[in-house]
Ligand binder design. Sequence first.
Ligand SMILES: Cc1cc2nc3c(=O)[nH]c(=O)nc-3n(C[C@H](O)[C@H](O)[C@H](O)COP(=O)(O)OP(=O)(O)OC[C@H]3O[C@@H](n4cnc5c(N)ncnc54)[C@H](O)[C@@H]3O)c2cc1C
Length: 436
Amino acid sequence: MTITVAIVGSGPSGFYTAASLLESGADVQIDIIERLPTPFGLIRGGVAPDHQTTKRVMKAYERTALAAPVRYYGNVLVGRDVSLAELRATYDAVVLAVGAPFDRPLGIPGEDKKGVYGSASFVGWYNGHPDFRDLEPDLNTTGVAIIGNGNVAIDCARVLVKTRKEMTTSDLSDHAAEAIEKSPITDVYMFGRRGPIEAKFTNVELREMGELEDCHAVVDPAQLPGAVTGEMSDRDRRLREKNLATLKEFVAIPAGARKKRVHFAFYAKPIEILGGGEVEALRLERTKVVDGRAVDTGEFFEVKCGLVIAAIGYTGEPLDGAPFDAKQGVVTNQEGRIERGLYAAGWIRRGPTGVIGTNKPDGDMVAEHIVKELAPGGKPGRAAFEALLAKKGVAPVTYPDWKTIEAAEIAAAAPGAPRRKFARVTEMLSLLGRPG
Ligand SMILES: Cc1cc2nc3c(=O)[nH]c(=O)nc-3n(C[C@H](O)[C@H](O)[C@H](O)COP(=O)(O)OP(=O)(O)OC[C@H]3O[C@@H](n4cnc5c(N)ncnc54)[C@H](O)[C@@H]3O)c2cc1C
């Protein structure tokens, strides 16, 4: 007899949970249910299009997807097409691995103006995520303000300033590539409330900003401390020292003939987005860092910009039938266990932190709970789920269907590029000969 498991979400945490269940040696049947036709969550829709080596992890997920006990059901939205209660009635275990895909609000006046985007939508737009295909941000501006000092902020800046040639081997969506190429952007400001020591960039991503073809990395040397000081782990100290050294190197690089600039602007807290209906400028307050925290100084300044991207973090969304901690934006859980038969992994479990691999221990933990506390043979699983979908008139996209979509994307790729993404669900379904 078999333990039947439904995993909701096909991002890293969903796939690591499935892999760990397979490795456990338990007799399991695993169905991965995904709202998009395409699998892999933020690996496809978040990770930067010019960081293809990072996306190679999809190959490992594919091995899991093709394992005999696993089946993929794409284009099925839990909460609309099927409810969590229905899944729980059908499977011994349900694992929520739905991520935390929503932007945290900036919480400053002017946030609702045209030209202000959260990084989730902006990144989704350039990565061809169907939810954001029609975002159409107006890039007809010379100045862009990015708020945040993490890798997502760097991704947004880099994608905006790289040349078409530098993006040749990327899978940047056509609509975004065209808009960026046409745009007159010259200056991208990356604002951090705290200083260079506190910035969350990883060093590889930061260094890349000093190696761009047509963009100069601008740093105010007066904002760079002589050394990294304060209490921290050796690992953190090494990372921060590397970042500080990289920023000092940027100061020494001549601008040359490069036409664009990315300004690393520290000690700056956004106060208000200015303009009429559309963004015209960002007003900021100078800060200083005291005991690792940003403290206001009462000194204000403005930067002209027609586009503001807030890259300040993500949050999850409640799903009917699962307890939700609105403050943390996560499903309430104890080490991945919500209650017997219901579990959570990845960003919806612990919040939007860490790298892809950080989701692996989450998967291991959930698999361990499931194997330990569930007896096989309780609930019917796949056959009942497929009957439920058929009754509701929902035709899922199977893994072979996804491979058809992927093959068409690869066949349509421009020379050097890995794929040309479909950015609309209707296009993917029509390729499969289905109505949209
Ligand atoms: C812009 C960006 C860039 C990043 N770049 C890197 C990087 O370069 N390197 C790195 O190590 N990490 C990177 N990360 C982090 C990494 O992507 C995450 O750690 C990881 O994707 C989180 O995995 P997850 O499975 O929890 O969520 P996700 O990857 O978000 O997967 C969740 C999946 O659930 C699906 N889903 C959601 N709701 C439902 C529902 N109701 N029904 C069915 N399916 C649903 C979604 O469509 C999605 O496929 C990046 C993150 C972002 C946001």
